[in-house]
Design a protein around this ligand. Sequence first.
Ligand code: ATP
Length: 208
Amino acid sequence: MQKIGIFGGTFDPIHYGHIELARCMRDQLQLDEVRLIPTGLPPHREMPPVSPQQRFDWVKAAIVGETGLMADDREVRRNGYCYTIDTLIELQQDTPDALLVWLIGADSWLNLNRWHRWRELLDMGHLLIAARPDYAFEGLSPDLSEEFARRCVIANTDTLSRGKISLLSSPLMPVSSTLVREMLARGEDVSALTPVWRQLESSGLYRF
Ligand code: ATP
């Protein structure tokens, strides 16, 4: 069965933390491909000042030469709010026999119960959760704890299955788009944080 990794985010802008997570899921779970899907209009946060197409172009540039990683612009092209459930339904319709393996970081997981149709979302594919510095599982709400207990399995190529949840074994990476934006605004060097630092600097877009 084809296994497609899905990694959505604002990517405002993309950084090495994102890329390393995409590589981890691809390699550990032997996924056929991992799609990085920048959001168009995100429902949970304000519209970033940088356009969806620009964020997408940087994602594309950042993963050139990375085997199996692809930039997918379906949310950028969509009008109106982008809900993950719609994206997963659309992807499943495009590839009816594939297993969707989708990834979120621990900060997103702690708020997943505020996402549109979140329980249905959990039934759509296998969810991977990546640990993130400063986001502990202790504050997890009872409904998410219950779903986690019911669905959790150790992630490996044999346990991948619709409706299950696993922790991805990934390094703790103290990098965020916020940090990249703040450093660019101060005129600092971000070449250790993102491969597209030249494009970011020359765009001047985060220099407020
Ligand atoms: P911002 O600082 O603007 O909130 P971000 O760095 O969290 O941005 P997003 O594009 O919002 O980046 O993240 C997309 C997904 O990747 C989210 O599910 C987020 O939890 C996850 N993620 C991003 N960076 C990391 C990281 N360093 N470790 C673990 N997960 C991460």
